[in-house]
Design a protein around this ligand. Structure first.
Ligand SMILES: C[S@@+](CC[C@H](N)C(=O)[O-])C[C@H]1O[C@@H](n2cnc3c(N)ncnc32)[C@H](O)[C@@H]1O
Length: 380
């Protein structure tokens, strides 16, 4: 079966890295998605475990026409009576657009019509449509070149981790995990986040470094209801939890004492409370001597605007000063504003364009080199 693994913009390489770490080959790494050709057991394993994906789609029809009547006809050729479980409510979710199908609601209707025609043609009772709380989600992806129709193996977005977090400017979990993969952060080094907020970036970075799978409950995923997966023991497919290595530990700091409790709660929810410490501390008061022996990683998402308090340029300058006092360490920082980045006073080794919360941002990687007099480092 062919899978389309959907990723937030710019994170497809991160998805490919995570997939390959699970010893599965990618057949295509395209814009916003990675394709994998595999069997049902591996498809289930990926859906249960991948941290960097937002959706996993089993593509049941590719290269279909993207015009109204032709698409309905092509969808009616597919074996929906074997794909959809009896009695389970279903709906169609459409994304993308074609020159003639520009409205997602209408495009979804075109596919639903094809499925109805199929059940009528083979004389089988069609399962009920449920637009409010579908248990099964048929996925339509439209592009100028054609349409793809599939089944969403989760029937929901995969990024929430059930931590119940409530933060002012949290990163989505799949995005945070993707950033950690792009930086190729592996086990063995300490990881600190001087602007940890609710702790999502720190928790996901630690989880990626330690190779921890997402561990979704199979019963919460649509695949547990799909006939194609009915022979599998889904619970047995969950990978074992590796024991966190002693040398990888996380430290999170934030000036806002209100978010500290939340960050601690989230790290506990991730099962990382043994390897992570969270402390209230403003970035300009962080003493490098109090940090674990490195070299390690500073992985962070500092404020980009005034919404979170303080003058952001001052915070970025303070982050640059802290980094320069940690020679040999590496810095990975998310920036939505290039005019702030220059206040770091560092030159990036690598830049990844990523789409975060509707903003074209950059994930920037730096190697911190020895400077003779850190306070005199010039801005570049
Ligand atoms: C964009 S949020 C971080 C979001 C976080 N990475 C996450 O994954 O949820 C930026 C954080 O910087 C914190 N902050 C603002 N000024 C600070 C300062 N002077 N020192 C340390 N943290 C500060 C804010 O309280 C906020 O939690």
């Amino acid at each position: 079966m062919q899978l389309r693994l959907c990723a937030a913009g710019g994170l497809q390489q991160a998805v490919a890295r995570e997939v390959e770490r699970m010893s599965v080959d990618c057949t295509e790494v395209g814009h916003g998605a990675v394709r994998v050709e595999t069997d049902a057991a591996t498809a289930a394993r990926l859906t249960l475990a991948l941290r960097t994906v937002s959706r996993v789609i089993w593509e049941v029809g590719v290269g279909l026409p993207n015009t109204r009547h032709e698409l309905t006809r092509a969808v009616a050729q597919l074996g929906w009576e074997k794909l959809l479980p009896a009695g389970r409510g279903w709906a169609v979710r459409a994304s993308g657009r074609s020159p003639t199908l520009t409205h997602s609601g209408f495009a979804a209707q075109v596919v639903a019509d094809g499925i109805r025609e199929r059940f009528a043609a083979v004389g089988r009772q069609q399962p009920p449509v449920d637009l409010e709380r579908p248990e099964i989600l048929v996925d339509l992806h439209l592009a100028a070149q054609g349409a793809e129709v599939g089944l969403d193996l989760a029937a929901r977005s995969l990024h929430p981790r059930g931590s119940g977090r409530r933060a002012v400017a949290p990163l989505r979990e799949d995005v945070a995990a993707g950033l950690a993969h792009l930086a190729e952060i592996d086990a063995g080094s300490p990881i600190i986040d001087p602007f940890c907020g609710s702790g999502t970036l720190l928790a996901e970075t630690l989880a990626v470094a330690l190779g921890l799978p997402a561990r979704r409950a199979a019963r919460t995923l649509a695949l547990s209801r799909l006939p194609r997966f009915s022979d599998l023991n889904l619970e047995a497919l969950s990978p074992p939890t590796p024991v966190p290595g002693e040398t990888t530990a996380g430290w999170g700091f934030d000036a806002d004492t209100r978010v500290i409790t939340q960050a601690r709660r989230i790290l506990t929810h991730y099962g990382l409370d043994e390897v992570a410490r969270i402390r209230a501390c403003a970035v300009d008061r962080l003493d490098p001597a109090s940090l674990p022996p490195g070299p390690g990683w500073i992985v962070t998402n500092p404020p980009w605007g005034r919404r979170l308090g303080g003058e952001p340029s001052t915070l970025w300058r303070a982050l640059g000063t802290l980094a320069r006092r940690l020679p040999g360490w590496r810095l990975a920082v998310l920036s939505g504003d290039p005019s702030l980045t220059r206040h770091l006073g560092l030159r990036a080794d690598r830049r990844f364009p990523v789409r975060v919360g509707g903003v074209d941002a950059r994930w920037l990687l730096y190697s911190i080199r020895q400077v003779r007099n850190p306070s005199s480092a010039s801005l570049r």
